[in-house]
Design a protein around this ligand. Structure first.
Ligand SMILES: [Zn+2]
Ligand SMILES: [Zn+2]
Length: 258
């Protein structure tokens, strides 16, 4: 006689809460992630918040994606990359990090607005289509496990998984780990940010074979000075990756960079 294993009570309650969440998704109207107005369809932002968001497009720095006012040619670098070429090959972002996009990003990060991940990932698939076309593996910037517990989800991992579904490129959400809990980067200058995240990341040993000779697309929500993605890139290249590109939802644009 075959034994039928009874599901554990925690498995049952997990399944129930998943079911409740799925039903709630169907019943609750979707709200604009920036202002809270009810929106039609799958979008993340309402019609009045859209025009305020400043989308990034060409011409831009061939390396870091810094937007140029004039076209300097496809291989042109910004002053910062010319001085100090990044370890990653190309970084691209969907929109500017400014007053218009800040609220949306904070809500996505801290307010359980995980429902907008597919809409944001759709925009990233557009902005990063050249990068995705060559990527072997999508890897998110990890959170330290203590911060993950407090926040319950890693917004960059959600973007990576949604992007993987759209683009058909494998995602490895647990390939990198944050081995050191670093203080928040907020309010720190470029050099301090670099020191803050130096040596904070590692490739999980069991994931190492998956990384060998792969072209990685690294995912984060915001690119500020690039210190975090540079530290992750260094770790990925040391771990055997062939090359690393970076795709973020938003990017800080400082006028001084050009
Ligand atoms: Zn709105
Ligand atoms: Zn640049």
């Amino acid at each position: 006689m075959s034994a039928v294993r009874k599901p554990s009570s925690s498995a049952v309650s997990n399944a129930i809460s998943r079911g409740v969440a799925a039903v709630a998704d169907l019943l609750l109207p979707r709200r604009c992630i920036s202002c809270g107005t009810v929106v039609e369809g799958e979008g993340a932002l309402c019609a009045s918040c859209w025009p305020d968001v400043r989308f990034l497009s060409q011409p831009h720095c061939a390396a870091c994606g810094f937007p140029f006012e004039f076209d300097h040619g496809a291989d042109a670098l910004c002053a910062a990359c010319y001085r100090d070429i990044p370890l990653y090959e190309r970084a691209r972002a969907v929109f500017r990090y400014d007053d218009a996009s800040r609220q949306a990003l904070l809500a996505f990060k801290h307010s359980d607005r995980t429902d907008v991940a597919p809409a944001f990932a759709g925009m990233m698939a557009q902005a990063g289509r050249e990068l995705l076309a060559e990527a072997d593996l999508i890897v998110p910037v990890p959170l330290h496990k203590r911060r993950l517990l407090a926040r319950r989800y890693n917004q960059s991992a959600l973007l990576a998984l949604a992007l993987s579904k759209i683009a058909g490129v494998i995602a490895a959400p647990d390939l990198l780990e944050r081995t050191r809990a670093t203080p928040s980067q907020g309010g720190l200058g470029a050099k301090a940010r670099e020191r803050n995240v130096a040596g904070a990341f590692a490739v999980r040993p069991k994931r190492k074979p998956q990384l060998a000779e792969r072209r990685v697309l690294l995912i984060d929500d915001v690119l500020t000075t690039g210190a975090t993605v540079s530290a992750c890139t260094k770790t990925l290249l040391r771990g055997g990756a062939r090359a690393v590109d970076v795709l973020t939802l938003a990017r800080v644009v400082r006028p001084a960079q050009e």
